[in-house]
Design a protein around this ligand. Structure first.
Ligand SMILES: [Zn+2]
Length: 197
């Protein structure tokens, strides 16, 4: 499996314990600074850029601008796009669609050796889907917080402000989370979309 040379700041050793005790350190939610793309190994960066390109493709076809891919240990790639609008699917987020499709194509052991790359940090629903899939590693570009800041002025476009690390920390299976990664296109793909209301 590809490994990155540097990871973003992660919650300290006591974080999971504090979550289990119910003391949510929400003040840390925005404390994870973005990685420079150069901090990723080239293969990881290429996969993340692939996911961002799929977000653009989703937008171009009339859906919400989100895309994701799963890459297996032997390099097989499965793509997922948001289809909330074209699929008339309120839960048609890229990662949830992708996990469902990948589950039909891959064995459990293959999922357990895969990485999911996504254009924007998974929402709480998608984080749950990833957790239940057994996928052990997630790499994302735009943070949930930064997306929320772009969407927040729009009435009728609510977000669920809950970082994926906090959701994973509640589970009994460790999931490595890498991100956010400062890829300009991951932000640009949202520009003007949510403003159109
Ligand atoms: Zn989602």
């Amino acid at each position: 499996m590809q490994r990155i040379r540097a990871t973003s700041a992660v919650f300290g050793p006591g974080h999971a314990d504090s979550l289990r005790r119910g003391r949510l350190p929400l003040c840390q939610a925005g404390a994870v600074s973005a990685l420079d793309p150069a901090d990723l190994v080239p293969a990881d960066l290429a996969h993340l850029e692939h996911a961002v390109a799929l977000a653009r493709a989703a937008r171009d076809r009339g859906d919400h601008p989100f895309g994701a891919i799963i890459v297996t240990a032997d390099g097989r790639v499965i793509e997922g796009l948001n289809d909330v609008i074209t699929g008339h699917n309120p839960i048609g987020h890229a990662e949830t669609n992708l996990v469902r499709d990948a589950g039909q194509q891959l064995e459990v052991a293959e999922l357990a050796g895969s990485t999911l790359f996504t254009s924007t940090e998974p929402c709480v629903m998608c984080t749950g889907a990833i957790y239940w899939s057994g996928i052990p590693r997630v790499v994302f570009a735009l943070s949930e917080g930064d997306l929320g800041a772009m969407v927040s002025d729009q009435s009728g476009v609510p977000t669920l402000s809950l970082p994926s690390r906090e959701v994973f920390a509640r589970g009994g299976r460790p999931v490595e989370v890498v991100g956010p990664v400062a890829i300009p296109e991951a932000t640009d793909v949202h520009r003007g979309f949510w403003d159109a209301g």
